[in-house]
Design a protein around this ligand. Sequence first.
Ligand code: NAI
Length: 513
Amino acid sequence: MSSQQAERSGANSSANIGVIGTGVMGRGIIQLFAQAGHKVYFYDAADGAVDQATEFVLGMLQRAADKGRISQQLADKNKASLQPCKSIVDLAGCAVVIEAIVENIAVKQKVFAELESVVAPTAILASNTSSLIVAEIAARCKNPERVVGLHFFNPVPLMKVAEVIPAVKTSRNNTDTLKTLVENTGHRAVTAADQPGFLVNHAGRGYYTEALRILEEQVASVAEIDGLMRDAAGFKMGPFELMDLTGLDVSGKVMESIYAQFQHEPRFRPSSLLAPRLAAGLFGRKTGEGWYRYEDNKRVDPEQTKHNTEVASGTVWVDPTANQATEIAELVVKAGAALTDDSENCDLLIVQPWGKDISQVCAERELDASLTVAVDPLPGLDVHRCLMISPITKSKCRDNAVNLFSCDGTAVTVINDSPGFVLQRVLATIVNIASNIAQRGIASVADIEDSVKLGLGYPKGPLAWGDAIGGDNVLQILNNIFEISGDPRYRPSFWLRRRVQLGLSLKAEEARR
Ligand code: NAI
């Protein structure tokens, strides 16, 4: 922040911060700014809420001192900076007020109008809304240029990222000032356009919706999809585990609202599997049953499918165009089977398609689908391996392949025919959505990458992930699924297509006009 800007808004590192709404998010925001050395004034309309929040934040600050994360002296100083308020008028001296009240547009608009009459004309008014349009919150304000979205994640002190969302009329100075203020707390502040889901919730759509599509198509079970995303792709939690944790009542609503706000863009289409589960109250952990069942808050895992894996036998043809043809051939030998280059006279055919199902590969290449098994080139053969069978693959061939691919102790999951297996589909969807976020200028490449890692905990930024898979492979996956399914959900973003055509990294920013 330039000193001029700071002077204008008064929002420098010693600025007084106001927080209105002291629930789950408000408390975290109070703690964050108190720990960053600000005096924090906070108010809530509910009886006793301010006292409860004070007690909570004092407790958190003391805990930080007890655990040795900060000195007792600093904890005492931070505690002294808490300013519980009895009325909204007490926020008058704040350079920035952050609203974290109920997610209701009419209530927020009323509170913003009230705040405007209380604070100085230079004060910035920020909203922690997660799903409302920031411009709509600003619409009733006399000074909409001072209204900014500031979206933190729960728990605020631990989730080290916040989205700063300028609405159409927000001034650049106010956006920059707020960004600097947040970065001074140690959080990464990313800028996102005032678009549905802003940045993080927008980028995170693909994980759920593609997993649901895969489930709908009977490709694999809930536990198998979760297992692959966790163990093979490196996500902390599978998509269904995550839905159970958040609660389907919450995550289902977000899916529906983002889809509706994006004018029914097929990339965000939720699933018809949700409505009956919502009606039956299968919300997840909190109701004892969701995608999984819970007893005493512990998940009861379904039994895993067991395949007969006695010995690998007979002759095996490995598609010479397969990405990992050499490694697969080595495994065949290691498992005790024999290699052959005669695809018409063998016991097992192994292929490695990008974005195609076995049926498509066999039809195109005149291979016997009853003898064919596919292995996903992602994430590489040294991790968890995903095998795919055709609708008519013989059980003997399937078991033979399972034995072969697990002969070195590596875990194997078998799925049904699917263009793009599980990983290819989910990862390509995530990369494609992130590419489109970049194409639409909703956020910069650096902000997309950092916010997804910090806000969603993904092991890699989505565009870097695309580069690691190979932009050309991602494009091939999407083009092939699009062609086979006819579903515009899979149409590749211009950002992705152009960077592949020009031989660029997916992280390459657009040249300035
Ligand atoms: P909460 O229900 O825990 O707290 C809301 C607080 O606002 C309550 O204490 C309530 O008494 C108070 N309040 C309601 N109307 C008020 C008014 N007119 N004036 C003053 N205080 C009022 O809600 P939570 O979860 O903290 O959410 C707050 C905001 O943050 C919402 O806009 C929500 O969408 C957003 N958000 C929530 C996240 C979460 O994980 N809970 C994550 C990111 C954003």
